[in-house]
Design a protein around this ligand. Structure first.
Ligand code: NAD
Length: 426
């Protein structure tokens, strides 16, 4: 399908991701027979903070930015979730991402609730100095929420280990001592964990291998298209290429590239580093993001942004297996279309959980001041992802539902149990 046809079919307004997750939670609570009051609780965020804060820009002007920190739920442990810097950040998007974190942490059974934060800004247009000032002021303003026992941020779109180091430093300066456990995804030099930077992509790769085996697809020689060439997309691409996959297409926000014989992933990475984009990489043909999503391939990994596979392009998706590296890349309507077409989808709350699993390891290591080697981190990550994948698959087969519903069933049943055991205060 051409871009214009896809675009015409695309709804003018993308669906509200928080409404989408609330509807899914309600549907699964109903299926599980959960109490109405507990369902309502899970459909709301526990705490919501909106901050408007000034930053003195390099040219001397003062600019006001808006940021959020949302804690969806902390019944199973401290709230945990990333911070996003992007011009399209909204309150409802942050709420949805926080809710997905609660569900994700319950799917992989780690003792965290869910949170998310964001600042409406374009980090690509800020100097390093402005980015640092923005980060430190945002961290100060949300410090009433965050802390190693209450709410632990991590990187997401537009943020990175350096941003986490500034947040850790700002929080620590106000405390008067170094607090390693306040953020994860930090650089190794200041309490980061080996394997954290690659963890989300590694988790995606583990899920891809398990799903491929389940569907009788040989990874060696399987054709793969990856949307988004940032932390999650580029790591997944590199690791899948090492497994023998033929990476035929990758993309970033400016467009994609294609080579039917397989892209040289290391060369693409060098090209992206030098030019800032994957487009125009030697030995490849430029394509659009819509063309990538509709590509004839065995495995598709959307690892960019929400609402990328929608009812307009889902009928044209030709992949046999989709592994959701991004949060919320598939709308509810598209998920139904893919299910009817027999596409096997590993949902976001399972597929991209590797990042928060290793964040959990980083937090544990920081609290104990005892650090593990990379092999141990990767082995423990593998054990958790493998266990969670098989628990979800078992529910999907037993209850005759797709992997998304099965993952929601596993997460929500754990949350409902925790709420019941703790009881309602007072
Ligand atoms: P990133 O900022 O490192 O990379 C995002 C990539 O997506 C960039 O290459 C960007 O150019 C591209 N992109 C953005 N909009 C696009 C579009 N419309 N079409 C194609 N490409 C587009 O971010 P990331 O950390 O890799 O996060 C990607 C996704 O994975 C997000 O949904 C995020 O919430 C999710 N996620 C990230 C982590 C993590 O540990 N970083 C963990 C779990 C989930």
């Amino acid at each position: 399908m051409t871009d214009s046809k896809s675009a015409a079919l695309k709804k003018t307004e993308p669906p509200n991701p928080f409404t989408m997750v609330q509807q899914k939670i309600a549907e699964i609570c109903h299926r599980l027979g959960a109490e109405e009051g507990i369902c309502e609780r899970l459909c709301h965020c526990k705490r919501e903070l909106i901050v408007h804060f000034p930053v003195k820009m390099d040219d001397g002007t003062i600019k006001t930015f808006t940021g959020y920190r949302i804690q969806h739920n902390d019944v199973r442990g401290p709230a945990k979730g990333g911070i996003r810097y992007h011009p399209d950040v909204t309150l409802d998007e942050t709420r949805a991402l926080a809710a997905w974190m609660t569900l994700k942490n319950a799917v992989v059974n780690i003792p965290y609730g869910g949170a998310k934060g964001g600042v409406v800004c374009n980090p690509k247009l800020l100097s390093m100095n402005e980015l640092e000032k923005l980060t430190r002021r945002y961290a100060s303003d949300i410090s009433v929420f965050i802390g190693p026992e209450s709410d632990i941020p991590a990187p997401d779109i537009g943020t990175n280990p350096q941003v986490m180091a500034w947040i850790m430093d700002t929080y620590s300066m106000n405390k008067g001592y170094s607090v390693l456990g306040v953020v994860t995804g930090k650089p190794i030099e200041v309490g980061g964990s080996w394997g954290r930077f690659e963890a989300t992509g590694r988790g995606c790769t583990i899920c891809t291998g398990l799903a491929a085996r389940h569907r009788g697809i040989r990874l060696d020689g399987a054709t793969v298209a990856v949307q988004g060439f940032g932390n999650v997309g580029a790591t997944s691409t590199t690791l899948l290429a090492k497994e023998g996959c033929r990476i035929i297409a990758v993309s970033d926000s400016r467009g994609g590239i294609y080579n039917a014989k397989g892209l040289d992933v290391a060369a693409v990475q060098r090209h992206k580093k030098e030019t800032g984009a994957v487009g125009d990489c030697p030995n490849s043909e430029n394509i659009t993001n819509d063309e990538l999503l509709e590509m004839d391939c065995d495995i598709l990994i959307p690892a960019a942004y929400e609402n990328q596979i929608h009812e307009g392009n889902a009928p044209a998706v030709r992949a046999r297996l989709i592994v959701e590296g991004a949060n919320g890349p598939t709308t509810t309507e598209a998920a139904n279309i893919l299910h009817d077409k027999g596409v096997f989808v590993v949902p976001d709350i399972l597929a991209n959980a590797g990042g928060v699993v290793v964040s959990y390891f980083e937090w544990v290591q920081g609290l104990q001041c005892f650090f593990w080697c990379e092999d141990e981190v990767n082995q423990q990550l593998h054990n958790i992802m493998d266990g969670a994948f098989h628990e979800v698959l078992e529910i999907a087969q037993r209850e005759k539902v797709d992997m998304r519903d099965a993952a929601y069933m596993l997460a929500i049943s754990r949350l409902v149990q925790a709420i019941k055991i703790r009881g309602i205060f007072p």
